[in-house]
Design a protein around this ligand. Sequence first.
Ligand code: ADP
Ligand code: MG
Length: 478
Amino acid sequence: MNTEIWAKFKARVRDQVDGRFYSTYLENLSCRSMTGSEWIVCLPDRATLNIVESSLSDKLIDIIHEVLKEEGIHSDVSLVFSLEGENFEEQKEHEQWCLPLMGMTNKVTDVSTPEEAKAAFKVSPKYAVFDTAAAVKIRENSHLNPNYTFDSFIKGGSNEMAYCAAKAVAANPGGAYNPLFIYGGVGLGKTHLMHAIGNEILQTSNLRVRYMTSEEFTNGFMEALQSGKMPEFRTKVRRDCDVLLLDDIQFIEKKEGTQEEFFNVFNEMTQNSKQIVLTSDRSPKDIKGLTDRMQSRFMQGLMADIQLPEFETRLEIVRKKSRAERFFIPDDIAQYIASNVNSNVRELEGCINRIKMAANSHEITMALAQRVIEPFYQTRTVLVDANMIIECVCRYFGITVDDMMGKSRAKPIAHPRQIAMYLARSHTSLSFPDLERIFDRDHTTVLYAVRKIKDGLSKKDAMLEGDIRHLEDELFRK
Ligand code: ADP
Ligand code: MG
């Protein structure tokens, strides 16, 4: 193994992958072997391996090629994932057994030997999917929406962490991440991801999945209490269910009876390695009416937040959703929609549908899009570009464009420069390499700048928030 190349690769991965994601899943990535045609990399456990393999393979391969190219090596390397400390040949054999059982091509189950896999197949059909009456019944009882899948979920920086966490849980229900707690504002895809977990588990096992809103849980509990049918209610929730998906848990805030019942459900299920997934519009510590013990239980598993999608993800959503609806939105109009509708995904969907209806199988024009969108949004008729952003930021901070493009790293110059990079990344479709070229900076500098401003905003740095708000108002003023 070439340690220098590996170190460079690792550093590049750290730069390009979301910080939290990196520290949760990639910190321990190690190298088993490295040849001109194949790199074998190791991860410490199967859940991590599954997530990294399913969501990051392409990115890692790109980085390998990038690093090799810089070293003057031009070869087409493939990437193989392996488990630390496991004999590679054995693992291959194990995969040959498990993959057909799971009906997938890129997943690894938590069965660790071929013998176990064969036994699992015979004794418990946990790893095999049969289209039997029982399977149909499980699906009916699950109350899942079959359209909310991982495939129909569009990934982006704002939801990457939650997506990967959801994937990990779906790959290993009842395993290391219990409960999974997904939180974030309305219309950002929490319910979608929750159903995606359920749908994937139904496809890869015969575990009994049950989706329920917290309101349904509360109502069921109250009714059972009043009609003296608690035993039936408890059986339904605790015993007839292996994976419980409880949506909008903030609903049980201040409802002590319901919390008490849920606390018992929670304990019994997690003790029996049954998976629980919860969503909420806030993190557990911000659900004020929650008892302390409930709060700490929620936080003992894996917590993942979803944030507002950034411009690029919004654009991707407009493109993919319109394609799925089988109508074509020209790219300038897609950009117009993505830059104006920046609240949440549900609203974006609403907009796409309204435009589709208004167009009524005619061609979609910018005028039509504006007419449909404007009553609902403070539209920005201007599409900004990097130059406009640079000029606007310079004016605002009282520095010159030469200062901004120059080499000075003094804070009064470097800070506006970082803001300009952040704004360009948020409000234009420019990629990181584009920004590197425009600002004449290297990759790490641009990444660092964008991340720094994002972090500041997520930590609610009031001064920074004010600056950004002013600049955006200025940029998008009609
Ligand atoms: P939440 O539960 O967070 O309020 P939902 O899961 O109900 O949000 O999402 C609202 C709508 O937006 C749904 O139709 C969902 O399919 C869609 N949606 C949200 N995020 C995404 C995404 N990343 N990719 C595709 N569709 C999404
Ligand atoms: Mg929801």
